[in-house]
Design a protein around this ligand. Sequence first.
Ligand code: PEP
Length: 249
Amino acid sequence: AGTGKFFVGGNWKCNGTKDSISKLVADLNGGKMESDVDVVVAPPFVYIDQVKNSLTDRIEISAQNCWVGKGGAFTGEISAEQLIDMGCQWVILGHSERRHIIGEADKFIGKKAAYALSQNLKVIACIGEKLEEREAGKTFDVCFQQMKAFADSITSWEDVVIAYEPVWAIGTGKVATPEQAQEVHGAVRDWLKKNISEEVASSTRIIYGGSVNGSNCSELAKQEDIDGFLVGGASLKGPEFGTIVNSVT
Ligand code: PEP
């Protein structure tokens, strides 16, 4: 782990029912979590209120997406203002499922980040390459291009956590090796140093996501530039999520 406070986010994606979420919340409320870790969970929009009303304050709440600007005539969208109103502190933006299944573009995601930050919503900004991009030696190019789109819109990095999530590792069971993850995390930190500032490079947390589980988290957490995790599948199991939170070194 790096010098920033360890950060572990659970992305529940489009999963859960009132009942299953009530059980998951009970497990999270009852679990023991190291105190020096920021812990955040991201339920589906429709369950945010239920989670907010039942989950311990120890864990903060994130949305999985939000609208690019002020709310209004945007059928089906949820605004940053509404998320704040519901008690969310965070929003995940640029998740690969939104980039590659829904088709959100780099620039649009950058604008979303700037607007969310302007409303005092903190941002988990996701980046990551597809398998064919890695195989073509384009991993850094892709990640830096996605970083640039965030940087073109964001003016302050104080409330931003960067999540490096190689697309080939998300939901596939194929976790990046600690060396593969460290290589990209180090490169992203260098990018921040060169393109933003030394201060932002050292204070911004860069977390890893992609098939993290209770068994592989400790080795990843030892890497110098891995400041935590964004967890999908394993965050739906309270005890396992607790193990990942407690992998802080
Ligand atoms: C994610 O959705 O951000 C993620 C990393 O998923 P998983 O842990 O299931 O690979």
